[in-house]
Design a protein around this ligand. Structure first.
Ligand code: PBG
Ligand code: ZN
Length: 326
């Protein structure tokens, strides 16, 4: 009888030897939502375990993350006041500038990535400055303020910036501005292939960034497009991105694999809010073995070709991997 595959599955030792993909907490980036205030830690209904936090609470959260072996975070800010151009994001006393400074001071070894975008900061909830004539986001005006935001973050001590607004040309202008201001060593992780996805729903509740009119389809990508998805990432590579990204993750693993095979750059996936909410809801309903489904999902991202994963599950993953290893 033909026997080839089952020989290498007979016990744990041989299964370990032939295992092709492994999860490692060092590949995970943990997102945090920072809001003004003191002693604020407000859980989001659709995302149990995810909170809006004031800076003091975020510091406590960082300490907990570090104790679990997590050393990379991604910061999002929710400002006190919003206006048409997202001024809080452009000011050195804005929420993310302050959070970055304080976290860096308390935990110098914690690697801080800051999200560059304006949807959390504008009163209209779009990712940049509006061009009122055609009711859309003005690409080049938004590039100008994105550069300002990047420099505010860099001066506050961010270790890496992650532009997520999907404006054409943003990597090139950011690289040039960072270099000319002396931040030649500050990498850019571009949200290079970001789809206009319904999976961002819960995030917009946490980040208070629901657009007040319309949607993001004039700047984020059509989920139907595969070739364009590759072209977007290759363009950002050409403009000088250090790390590329596919977002969301779960429904786009074909894109992850194809970009992986089309570039030599490191590739990140963003396991987004709606993906998190779905797993949480299924776990709470008792219809899946939550822990196993969670690790299997993360493994799928890595097997598809992701080098790193941004996930709200990062702390849970750390705990599960710890348990598995011991
Ligand atoms: C900001 C931004 C979004 C996410 C990350 N950065 C939301 C959006 O584009 O509406 C989504 C993250 C998530 O859903 O977890 N542009
Ligand atoms: Zn945005």
């Amino acid at each position: 009888m033909f026997k080839r595959f089952r020989r290498v599955r007979t016990n744990r030792a041989i299964r370990e030897l032939v295992e092709e993909t492994r999860l490692d907490i060092r590949d995970f980036i943990y997102p945090l939502f920072i809001k003004n205030g003191h002693g604020l830690k407000k859980e989001i209904a659709s995302m149990p375990g995810v909170f809006q936090m004031s800076i003091d609470e975020a510091l406590r959260e960082c300490e907990e993350a570090i104790a679990l072996g997590i050393n990379k975070i991604l910061l999002f800010g929710i400002p006190e006041t919003k206006d048409s151009i997202g001024s809080d994001a452009l000011c050195e006393h804005g929420i993310i500038a302050r959070a970055t400074k304080e976290i860096k001071k308390a935990y110098p070894d914690l690697y801080i990535i800051t999200d560059l975008c304006f949807c959390e900061y504008t009163d209209h909830g779009h990712c940049g400055i509006l061009d009122l004539e055609n009711g859309s986001v003005d690409n080049d005006a938004t590039l100008d303020i994105t550069v300002k935001q990047a420099l505010v973050h860099a001066r506050a001590g961010a270790d890496m910036i992650a532009p997520s607004g999907m404006m054409d040309g943003f990597v090139a202008v950011l690289r040039e501005a960072l270099d000319s201001e002396g931040f030649v060593n500050l990498p850019i992780m571009s949200y290079s292939t970001k789809f206009a996805s319904a999976y961002y729903g819960p995030f917009r509740d946490v980040a208070e960034s629901v657009p007040s009119f319309g949607d993001r389809r004039t700047y984020q990508m059509n989920p139907a497009n595969r070739r364009e998805a590759i072209a977007e990432s290759l363009e950002d590579e050409a403009q000088g991105a250090d790390i590329l990204m596919v977002k969301p993750a779960l429904a786009y693993l074909d894109i992850v694999r194809e970009i992986r095979d089309s570039t030599l750059l490191p590739l990140c996936v963003y396991n987004v809010s709606g993906e998190y909410a779905m797993l949480k809801a299924a776990g709470a309903a008792g219809v899946i073995d939550y822990d196993r489904v969670l690790l299997e999902t993360m493994l799928g991202f890595k097997r598809a070709g992701a080098d790193m994963i941004i996930s709200y599950h990062t702390k849970e993953v750390a705990k599960l991997l710890d348990k598995k290893g011991s």
